[in-house]
Design a protein around this ligand. Sequence first.
Ligand code: ZN
Length: 222
Amino acid sequence: MSGTARPNDQIPRRNAQRFVCPHCNTLAKQDWFPLFYIPEANAKHQELNTHAGQAGVSRCHYCTKMAMWLGIQMVFPQGSTAPLPVADMPEDVKALYMEARNVFDLSARGAGGLLRLAFTKLFPHLGVNKDDPNRAIAELVKVGLAPDIQQQALDLMRVLSNQTVHEGFVSEGDQPATVLFLFWLLNYIVEQMISKRKQIQTAYASLPQDKREAIAKRDAVK
Ligand SMILES: [Zn+2]
């Protein structure tokens, strides 16, 4: 489930010309600088890795922050097994998502709690100002903004993110898998309810003016 909706050229890779920066989450050009060479690391990984033993630094053109690499592994900033956020995730939601991602490998429950909070921050971006997710979802459904599959995704997110933080609902062993699913689910919701809408709106705005006027005229007739 990790890396959903992220084309291969966006994933950070050793010596890639561009990738999605782990600091600013922007698809940006990268400068590369060799650092030093560790012979033992080369001996250990030789068959697997043409860059084995070579430490290097990549620097993001967008935010100018650096990532450190040993062989083909990014070793700084701290990696996470949780997926990166999708591009259209709003900033305040993304800040909590990234925090959840950073703690996920240490505490799935902690990550679950942060994702629950990230989820509640999403509603104003969907046009609903309610603090309680249950009410917010009901409102979205009422105004026709969350048809079936989207409503199910929202309710799954609401119920499961609650359960991961409360004792006894999700067993200790199942927690990482459940929280990993929540990362995927939040990305899915942002894609469906923000990215796809944005794409359609942009395409619609590029229709010739007379076509858009004809549509407006058609819809004005009751
Ligand atoms: Zn950056």
